[in-house]
Design a protein around this ligand. Sequence first.
Ligand SMILES: Cc1cc2nc3c(=O)[nH]c(=O)nc-3n(C[C@H](O)[C@H](O)[C@H](O)COP(=O)(O)O)c2cc1C
Length: 414
Amino acid sequence: MKRVDDFRLRLGKKELLPIVVGGTGVDISTAELALEAARLGGIGHISDAMVPTVSDRRFNTKYVKNKLRQYKYNVANTEKAVVKFDLGLLAEATALHVGRTMEAKRGDGMIFANCMEKLTMNAPRETLRARLKAALDHGIDGITLAAGLHLGSFALIEDHPRFRDVKLGIIVSSLRALTLFLKKSARTGRLPDYVVIEGPLAGGHLGFGMDWAAYDLAKIFIEIREWMKAEHLEIPLIPAGGIFTGSDAVAFMEMGAAAVQVATRFTVSKECGLPEKVQQEYFKASESDIEVNTISPTGYPMRMLKNSPAIGAGIRPNCEAFGYLLDSNGSCQYIEAYNREVALHPHAKKIHVMDKTCLCTHMRNFDCWTCGHYTYRLKDTTRRNDDGSYRLLSAEHIFRDYQFSTDNKIALPD
Ligand SMILES: Cc1cc2nc3c(=O)[nH]c(=O)nc-3n(C[C@H](O)[C@H](O)[C@H](O)COP(=O)(O)O)c2cc1C
């Protein structure tokens, strides 16, 4: 019986264990978690979502405070178009986050950045280019272009000296998205080095509509694999979403996957950025406690625990401090929803916004408990403490379990 350890992922000259720990923003996949995956010979992701905010927490910088001070005069204004990111400071924050992580890297694996392109930051092209360039300048091994896949992203960095040597990958949820991207980036003469195929059971934002349950990762994987064969394309395919055991992973490897991308199992690792109180909520969750909803102002459905404090909260938009989701016109669906509720309840002390959430604030505060579909199985991956709480796992334990387990077994900690 095969184990994940019987397979290897080849990326150029590099040979890796075929386990990719997916990017989970905002700072849920911490540098510590990514570094562990790399040390163990796989691939770990840091996330470039809200990097100035993450840098403040990680390095005690003051990007958020200073931006809020600069735009304080606009806080009560419903119009947010004036709130811009300083590209130099954005590059500086990315340099710190990426640079320090890469300096700390040990072992044979790699560290990639998950770049959430839906963070339009009131200037989509310029801010994306600044983030990508700074990550390349500071030694990132690879970049995975995620949510909101910008078809022209390769072109934004084609002049960079590392453009041809850094590993570049994309996340897609359909053959259509893949073919559109390949067509658009053909002009740069560069194919992605890997393609993550993310199915409907993943955490975070989904590349499907609210009919996500009608889709199946294995079917999408096979459709893409067959198309690639017909086109004589050899790009490593990496399925993601609901791969919960080593045996799940082996099943995909035997179907031709080059590696698997996983995240949910690592949300209850000690190295994960979620506060332990939140991790206990993940452990406790049953299947009926998890939903896919449309409260994300990005417009993409998102999976989360139903008791996430972000749901129904009605805080004033925090764009002067954050503002990562402002589109190219300086608007965000949450601002519209919030302003509507304020107009409907002009005398209310506290308002509730049910249809959208201030994702920047709630992701920053770990109050939007996004999770994968199989979060309800996490309780079966550990033991309980005397007080009834669940024991956190080391990232190494989870990684090794994927690497060596057979028969759908999950190794409990000693
Ligand atoms: C808590 C959480 C946050 C996530 N955030 C992101 C993100 O910021 N960007 C992204 O591309 N994918 C994100 N994902 C998706 C993962 O990177 C990964 O592809 C997927 O969840 C794998 O499926 P699994 O969680 O069932 O193992 C997130 C997943 C989880 C569980």
